[in-house]
Ligand binder design. Structure first.
Ligand code: 4AD
Ligand code: MG
Length: 430
């Protein structure tokens, strides 16, 4: 008997095949068993009639429990009533392992219970839909950059310094010194941009942020992109193009999954370039009008982003933040050196920041001055200064957070479901 995946049943219409799967639900009328099977590739209903199988096979059915793993063989055929469009008439069933009583039942569970059982919760249809959309977003981002001639390069996770401020560093012993887990590959990517021109990295990043919000994780995946000779304006256009590409790709390729998540896609369909741009100063004024207690000069909090993004049905760029609240490496605005040529991109529908980017300081003297102001250890950054000594050029880049992008596109109210095993404040297990 030919073993096939559930996703392949169409090609075996009206043939006898073997499926290997898990029973995620079943019911019996006494004479007929209806099994709901899943194998990762898809879901199908399998029907077993007492009259048409051996006594031993019927016995196996009566032994079934939720999440038991099975091998079933029989004929598959099209059936309009089934969700997958196909059904199997079973002729043989063997239990691979009879599951113990499955802890995740049909009743509602609290989110802590589900997170404690994350290794099992991942089998739920909703969770698999999210993971498939996450996978698609990654492929779309990669193909976007590949089409644009960006080279994928890898930046280190173990580093000797901080790139985004020293308050959120995870440290670990590195023989007789201390290493820090990377907060962003950006600084290394700048070195690679001076070699390859256009580059990006994609990997896990770490922030020891004591924030318990619906958009903060301790470990998250970031794609950083960096290009030599690219300046503020082109940087923004690149981000715009990336977002339009990813959103339209998801709408094209992942409608089934969006449907499982009951994602109302009307908001996503509106995403079209150009996105609105607001300078930081205008954004703060608008926030005050909307009732926020933000003060001019302070960074936008997560709540501010949510309030602001209730007003926009398109992603929104906020640019020209005060230098004082942004990272040391950002290029001052030539028209007003108190602000920097940077941007955050906020997602609509109340989602908030998904991208942070900027033009980088490329003049050695100015960079060294910023180091003094930020009281950074110049010794650790000699290699970074070298980039400004040997053929320095204007350059820019940005980083997009994968989990926040997944949360937005899937319409989730928290990032905890956007990664298989979330690392949150007070959650390191499973
Ligand atoms: O704005 P951030 O801090 O920018 C950087 O790290 C730059 N070095 C990137 C660059 O220019 N190459 O982080 C970028 C993005 C954020 O917009 C957000 O989407 C995500 O990373 N992010 C987080 N996601 C989840 N949990 C956290 N704690 C996050 N911190 C940042
Ligand atoms: Mg940011």
């Amino acid at each position: 008997m030919k073993y096939i995946l559930i996703s392949e049943v169409e090609k075996s219409d009206n043939q006898e095949v073997l499926l290997k799967a898990w029973v995620f639900n079943f019911r019996s009328s006494g004479k007929i068993y209806f099994l709901q099977l899943r194998d990762g590739s898809g879901r199908i209903q399998a029907v077993i009639s007492k009259d048409s199988v051996a006594a031993e096979v019927w016995q196996n059915c009566e032994n079934l429990t939720i999440e038991s793993s099975v091998e079933v063989s029989g004929k598959v055929y099209a059936d309009q009533r089934s969700a997958s469009g196909y059904e199997m008439q079973v002729s043989d069933l063997r239990i691979i392992q009879r599951s113990e009583e499955y802890p995740i039942g049909k009743k509602e569970h609290g989110v802590d219970f589900l997170l404690d059982h994350r290794h099992l919760w991942l089998r739920a249809e909703r969770q698999t839909a999210i993971i498939k959309i996450r996978d698609e977003i990654i492929w779309l981002m990669r193909s976007f950059f590949r089409n644009k001639g960006f080279i994928l390069t890898d930046t280190p996770i173990l580093t000797s310094t901080s790139s985004e401020g020293t308050t959120t560093l995870f440290s670990t012993d590195y023989f007789d010194e201390t290493a820090y887990l990377s907060q962003s590959g950006q600084l290394y990517l700048e070195a690679l941009a001076m070699s390859l021109g256009r580059v990006y990295d994609f990997g896990p990043t770490f922030r020891a942020e004591k924030s318990k919000t619906r958009r903060h994780m301790m470990e998250f995946w970031m794609l950083d992109a960096e290009a030599a000779f690219m300046q503020h304006e082109q940087n923004i256009e690149l981000q715009e193009e990336l977002i339009v590409y990813v959103v339209s790709g998801i709408l094209k390729n992942k409608l089934t999954e969006l449907d499982i998540l009951q994602r109302d896609v009307a908001g996503l369909k509106k995403v079209k370039a150009p996105f609105t741009r607001l300078k930081y100063e205008e954004a703060v004024k608008q926030l005050k009008k909307l009732g926020s207690d933000i003060k001019m000069g302070n960074d936008l909090g997560a709540d501010d982003e949510t309030i602001l993004m209730k007003e926009y049905d398109q992603p929104l760029f906020i640019t020209h933040y005060p230098a004082a609240i942004k990272a040391f490496y950002m290029q001052p605005d030539p028209d007003n050196p108190d602000v920097v040529l940077c941007n955050d991109l906020l997602a609509p529908e109340g989602y908030g920041e998904i991208i942070g980017g900027s033009e980088r300081i490329w003049d050695l003297k100015l960079l060294q001055k910023k180091f003094k102001e930020h009281k950074l250890p110049t010794k650790e950054f000699e290699w970074y200064f070298d980039l400004r000594r040997y053929g320095s050029v204007p350059h820019s880049g940005f980083g997009i957070g994968l989990e926040r992008t997944v949360a937005w596109l899937c319409g989730l109210d928290h990032v905890r479901e956007t990664i298989p095993f979330p690392r949150l404040l007070n959650r390191l297990r499973p």
